[in-house]
Design a protein around this ligand. Sequence first.
Ligand code: NDP
Length: 285
Amino acid sequence: MSGQIIDGKRISDTIREEIKRETAELAARGIRPGLAVVLVGEDPASQVYVRNKAKACEDLGFYSEVHRLPADTSQENLLALIGRLNEQTGINGILVQLPLPKHIDEKAVIDAISVDKDVDGFHPVSVGNLTIGDDSLLPCTPAGVIELLKRTGNSPAGKHAVVIGRSNIVGKPVSLLLLRENATVTIAHSRTPDLPALARQADILVAAVGVPKLVKKDWVKPGAVVIDVGINRLETGKLCGDVDFDDVAQAAGWITPVPGGVGPMTITMLMSNTLKAAKRAHGIG
Ligand code: NDP
């Protein structure tokens, strides 16, 4: 193994300490960031995510409320709840846990969230602002990827970044953020020919695919930074990324493990967005 490990847990802990300090300063001014999390149905993974978000709020001194709705909740009722949360002072961020049950139009729900409270960064106006380079609440996992790079001294500026994956929640926004950080960005996907040859050109290789251990050592330029966004559960129950860690670590200069790389950053960036939204709501920052 030659690559240095990018320790997402440690970096995430550092950012949470920074958020905690700022939250304490806001508390002295009578301001407390507030997050509302909405969960429809009983998907076990979603329940864990929601619990972790509420716990993170508690640890940081945020106010939080969790709205648990039955799986057969109508779209109308869900939209009515979002309407109330949009108006509720004390709630700075609204997160609707995805995926939603099939009878609910996910897009209609995301569109209904006030842009100012869109801490997931999925609202079309937030996406548009990201695209044109205006200030906006950034999608959490992609923002976490950029923090990992910057906080390990791996500035994207002037680098060739290859992003494998073009989803709206990871591949596209992470590409836009890398571009904003002055990387030269290539986006690859399932129709990209000779992906290994393309990946080998990357100074920064981001894998957001959902295929366990797809990226091998011979896909990686020696010394490249490899960021693995993938979270895949193997038949053994173990988690693994889209990168064959043990193999690729022999070539990479820097590499994120799974778990313990990008994963811990997602909730931390959600907290960071909630803090930012709270500050904005009070005309700070
Ligand atoms: P999607 O399934 O929405 O997108 C996957 C992308 O990978 C698509 O653009 C697809 O191409 C591309 N792709 C699929 N197979 C191949 C292949 N063999 N070669 C090249 N490209 C391929 O996934 P997400 O973006 O939502 O998630 C990606 C991974 O990241 C998943 O493992 C997910 O669990 C994880 N994830 C982790 C998060 C975290 O907090 N760390 C948060 C969100 C996701 P095409 O568009 O052509 O179909």
